[in-house]
Design a protein around this ligand. Structure first.
Ligand SMILES: Nc1nc2c(c(=O)[nH]1)N[C@H]1C(S)=C(S)[C@@H](COP(=O)(O)O)O[C@H]1N2
Ligand SMILES: [Mo]
Length: 443
């Protein structure tokens, strides 16, 4: 602080501004972050670059250029886009994960997101046969099989039904799949970026079931997509009739083509794969269909060679999103650890944080809305002493289920699976502030 007093007004103002970026909600935080500025400078590119002004002329006490002239009229873009300074916030693909029309994946940049909602342009994608562009006039949904009145609906028909809006996560069961055998991915976007959380709006399937009448003995529903993959899954009627939604809107606007325009199924808390996009039919029956996506795929092979089938619910999971490999530690001292937790079984009850690889745990705070089968934000006020630490988060849900360690998971499930890896994740924070994906294993 003493050294700081001798600095010029401009530098002082800059220090205030930088402190603001370090989240000074209380005086003590502010003091802490000013004191760490020296440390930030020694971090070189990591710390310095992130805070360096692109043009120091614009910093206080100078009047910046944007205050000296009129700005743009209303945006030229008919549909608004993010700031030009946020261009690095986008979906990414992994070359070896076959980005071809036959099978493609893009990952949500969860390292750049705040709160719990995934913006539509950043929602991860998983296509088994590329994504179609379906004119809404040409869309039809067929509901048939063991229903009293088989019917074909247009989109307009479906939009006339009573509407619901629910915030739910969608997670591909292959999320973190590459981590089954070891720490493979170098970025948070790739270890955990196949999860999202949106407000989905549409008509509940139970509303259509009341309208059409379900025949006695109907126990299963086949949901089938209209994409080239014709992707389909069998879903138990208890789930379909409970909280499943035929969604036409996502975060307030009609679905994006890549998310299933004009209609997709939302199966809250269940495998992303069951959330059939571009849905064209719902068939009611008395047995599961055992189609490709629930037999040769989306079953979990155990050590003895047998496979678990119908592993629908997504187990309770969490990950620390700050710090992470993309956003390393900038300075010693105060840092708010932030992350996301979710559970297919219901609400998140709590999250614990460990800074010593799981030996000791301290409770994090749930921040904002805690919703059923939705991403939940957790935060933990932390003082980093500049030493190497093994950061972990461990979530538990309202059923009492606790997120397992990778050892516990492997003991039951072996290492052959790629699906349903909900293990506790570890970030190694190095003295330099860099963050590395590692695994803490007793074996
Ligand atoms: N018709 C159809 N539905 C589909 C798929 C598909 O390829 N075709 N992919 C599934 C998989 S594996 C997942 S994880 C989710 C991903 O949804 P998203 O692409 O909106 O993120 O959609 C599911 N629904
Ligand atoms: Mo998936």
């Amino acid at each position: 602080m003493d050294k700081l007093k001798t600095k010029s007004r401009a530098v002082m103002a800059q220090a205030e501004r930088e402190s603001a970026l370090l989240e000074p909600t209380r005086r003590s935080f502010l003091r802490g972050s000013v004191a760490t500025m020296g440390a930030a400078a020694t971090l070189g590119a990591t710390g310095g670059a992130a805070f360096a002004a692109s043009n120091p002329e614009n910093l206080p006490p100078n009047v910046p250029e944007w205050s000296k002239m009129l700005g743009d009229r209303v945006t030229a873009e008919p549909y608004g886009i993010p700031s030009q300074y946020e261009k690095n916030v986008h979906r990414r693909t992994v070359p070896w994960l076959t980005p071809t029309a036959e099978s493609s994946i893009s990952f949500t940049p969860i390292q750049d997101l705040h709160g719990i909602i995934t913006p539509n342009g950043l929602h991860f994608e998983r296509h088994h046969g590329g994504f179609p562009h379906i004119p809404k006039e040409d869309f039809r949904l067929i509901v048939h099989g063991m229903v009293k009145n088989e019917r074909m609906f247009t989109l307009q028909d479906l939009m006339r039904f009573p509407q619901v809006s629910r915030i739910h996560f969608v997670e591909c069961p292959a999320n973190s799949g590459a981590e089954w055998r070891g720490a493979q991915m170098d970025k948070l976007q790739f270890t955990h970026g196949m999860v999202s959380c949106c407000e989905w709006t549409g008509v509940k399937v139970s509303t259509l079931m009341e309208e059409l009448g379900v025949k006695p003995g109907a126990k299963w529903v086949l949901a089938e997509g209209a994409d080239a993959a014709g992707m389909s899954r069998s879903i138990p009627i208890e789930k379909i009739g409970d909280d499943c939604i035929l969604a036409y809107a996502q975060n307030g606007e009609m679905l994006r083509p890549e998310q299933g325009y004009p209609l997709r199924l939302i199966v809250p808390g269940f495998e992303g794969n069951m959330n059939v996009k571009w849905i064209r039919r719902l068939e009611f029956g008395d047995m599961p269909w055992h189609h490709r996506e629930e037999t040769s795929k989306y079953t979990d092979t155990l050590s003895n060679g047998k496979s678990r089938r119908f592993t629908w619910s997504m187990d309770t999971k969490s990950v620390i999103t700050s710090p992470c490999p993309e956003y390393p530690m900038l300075a010693k001292g105060y840092h708010q650890i932030r992350g996301l937790a979710w559970s297919g079984a219901g609400k998140i009850k709590g999250v614990d944080i460990s800074v010593d690889g799981g030996k000791n745990w301290m409770p994090a705070r749930l921040e904002g809305m805690v919703l059923d089968k939705a991403l939940t934000r957790f935060v933990f006020d932390w003082d980093w002493n500049g030493q190497e630490v093994l950061l972990q988060s461990r979530a538990y849900d309202e059923t009492g289920y606790v997120q397992p360690t990778i050892d516990q998971l492997r003991a039951v499930r072996g290492t052959w699976s790629i699906y349903h890896n909900n293990s506790i994740h570890t970030w190694l924070v190095k003295k330099s502030g860099e963050v590395q994906n590692v695994q803490v294993s007793g074996k």
